[in-house]
Design a protein around this ligand. Structure first.
Ligand code: F6R
Length: 607
């Protein structure tokens, strides 16, 4: 999940490498480094922690080479120290790597026996040393790379620099994505097109198994057999994406506030608001012909999928199997040929989700993907893409991508329901009219921010919090707990409110805040009973409900957040906003790093 870049040209590349790395910091921020060729020799600067530390290091001791590689790290093998920071180098080779070299231990043992020394705890170093051994045997850089590549097992994207070679960069992809940018007398390597967007919009995405040999004015591509292949450049849309915080303190805050707009774009892409009909943009999948749906995703995207399951089953009468992708990919689920499998991913690069997709493909499923990045691997390997129009999501905690995923899922449930004859035209119009109102209600929800900020001040004093919900708001309770724990580091758990008495109720005492997400829906009374059970045991209730619910809750809550009354289908989409705001303001009160919480990365390209 690290970010890698490479630049080869005629001007000093270190500042450009750092600029590109800034756009990749979402992939990891444990350490960073760059290497260039100074005069005729490899040199590098590395620093523990975020890029600002590397920038300071480069300011004190600049690099002026015109070819270089850079890296921002999410630690897998080896602690996040400067010693373990990339680029890893020998006298003759410097390398940056994203992924895991699974057979590094046996390779390292073999190289040590041959007399080569190692200086880090990483898996990556073995690649630098293997290349060095190949050069020592007399192979030229490209031939050394060709010889070493088949020896590497696992998932990797690599960029390599060779001592004395000022007009050569080599890149390889085996799993994690890698983009090659074409400039005017300059060529680029990047983990994604956004990293390259300040430099060029002409991008070639390497296919799995590809490698590329770059000079300042050329790119040659090879496939996994080593044969020369044609890989066309395409115009990337990333160039037009702005990635600044505007007037907001954090990307997360900005992204929470963007939700009315982006959910409106996304809904309008799938639903025709004026006629009240679902748009027919699902080709080539025939929704009328499917009788089962397999859904898979990770983290927040998985919770979106769980909500989608309720909608698919209730609105479209389509049975759904859903699992987190890290389980799905290994549980050998039997799949009937011709079925539909749907994968949800903001980044479109999540390793487990991609592996689940490939399992389904091998088992004869039609593949649909709800993705935010249309050029991503998951998008490119799918038969049909249902794009969330959230724009770039930079905050590590997913917010606007989640509500856009929900917007797509609810639109698909209507389209599938219609195609399967599960809903009639009147119901379709009713649901779509309701969804038309989602952005307006989302705006109203944002107005509750000051009240939520005050509640967050109380939550920041506790160590454990429970979230409860029923029906589509049960997965939202799971999402609320995830959001809170990942950015505030407060332990939180989400439960289906009806499950409380089967165990978690033992946790309730006067110190335990319980956030209850309970719009006045068809099972509101049942949730009220569960709240009574909490109240009877002294638990502190924070109730998120609507005007009707607040009037009828008959409960002594410590805080009540009153949302506008709204159609039931909207509630998980709109109630996501107070849930996100609660996590955001609690984290602010705790003083944590909201946009880059510890141990996390935005794009999880390793298992
Ligand atoms: C939580 C969060 C993660 C991601 C998960 C999947 O806020 O962002 O749980 O949802 O890592 O990522 P994508 O959607 O990129 O596949």
């Amino acid at each position: 999940m690290c970010g890698i870049v490479g630049i080869i040209g005629t001007q000093p590349v270190a500042p450009l490498l750092v600029d590109a790395l800034k756009r990749l910091e979402y992939r990891g921020y444990d350490s960073a480094g760059v290497a260039t060729i100074e005069g005729n020799h490899l040199d590098r600067r590395r620093a523990e922690g975020k890029l600002v530390n590397l920038e300071a290091r480069l300011k004190a001791s600049p690099l002026s080479g015109t070819v270089g590689i850079g890296h921002t790290r999410w630690a897998t093998h080896g602690a996040p120290t400067e010693r373990n920071a990339h680029p890893h180098a020998t006298e003759t080779v410097a390398i940056v790597h994203n992924g895991i070299i699974e057979n590094f231990f046996s390779l390292k043992t073999e190289l040590q026996a041959a007399g080569y020394a190692f200086h880090t705890d990483t898996d990556t170093e073995v690649v630098a040393v293997l290349l060095t051994q190949a050069l020592d045997k007399g192979l030229k850089p490209v031939e050394a790379f060709r010889a070493v590549l088949p020896r590497l097992e696992g998932a990797f994207a690599l960029a390599v620099l060779f001592d004395g070679e000022t007009d050569l960069l080599i890149a390889a992809r085996h799993g994690p994505p890698l983009a090659i940018g074409h400039g005017d007398g300059e060529m680029y390597i990047g983990s994604d097109a956004i990293a390259l967007s300040p430099f060029t919009d002409q991008v070639t995405f390497l296919e799995d198994g590809d490698w590329a040999v770059l000079t300042a004015s050329s790119a040659a591509f090879f496939d996994k057999t080593g044969a020369t292949v044609e890989r066309r450049a395409q115009t990337s849309s990333a160039m037009h994406m702005t990635v600044d915080k505007g007037n907001h303190r954090h990307f997360m805050e900005k992204e929470i506030h963007e939700q009315p707009e982006v959910m409106s774009h996304t809904l309008a892409h799938f639903l025709d608001f004026s006629s009240g009909t679902a748009r027919d943009n699902r080709a080539p999948i025939d929704f009328g012909a499917i009788d089962r749906l397999a859904l898979s995703a990770c983290g927040t995207a998985y919770y979106a999928g769980l909500i989608g399951k309720y909608w698919m089953e209730r609105v479209a009468r389509l049975p759904v199997d859903i699992d987190v992708a890290s389980e799905f990919r290994y549980r050998e689920m039997p799949l009937k040929k011709g079925g539909l499998a749907l994968f949800i991913s903001q980044s479109g690069e999540t390793a487990d989700t991609l592996a689940s997709l490939r399992y389904c493909k091998e088992n004869g499923q039609h593949i649909g993907a709800i993705v935010n990045v249309p050029e991503s691997t998951i998008a490119r390997e799918s038969d049909a893409i249902f794009q969330t129009l959230a724009g770039p999501e930079i905050g590590v905690a997913s917010t606007k991508a989640f509500t856009c995923q929900l917007s797509v899922l609810v639109s698909l449930a209507i389209a599938v329901g219609k195609a399967r004859g599960a809903i009639d035209a009147a119901k379709e119009v009713e649901l779509i009219r309701a969804l038309t109102e989602a952005p307006r209600y989302a705006n109203k929800a944002l107005k509750l921010e000051r009240q939520i900020e005050k509640i967050a001040g109380d939550l920041a004093k506790v160590r454990h919090i429970l979230y409860l919900g029923r029906d589509t708001n049960y997965p939202l309770a799971l999402e609320g707990a995830l959001k809170l724990k990942e950015i505030s580091y407060i332990h939180a758990e989400g439960y289906a409110a009806g499950e409380l008495k089967h165990g978690p109720i033992a946790l309730i005492d006067e110190n335990m805040p319980v956030v209850v997400i309970a719009p006045h829906d068809r099972i509101f009374e049942k949730t009220v009973s569960n709240m009574q059970e909490v109240a009877a045991r002294g638990g502190r209730i924070i109730l998120i409900t609507d005007e009707k619910g607040a009037a009828e809750a008959s409960i002594e809550a410590e805080h009540v957040v009153v949302m506008p009354n709204m159609p039931e289908i909207l509630t998980p989409i709109v109630y996501a906003i107070p849930v996100q705001l609660l996590a955001y303001h609690t984290a602010l009160a705790m003083g944590t790093d909201v946009d880059q919480p510890r141990n996390l990365a935005k794009s999880v390209t390793v298992e």
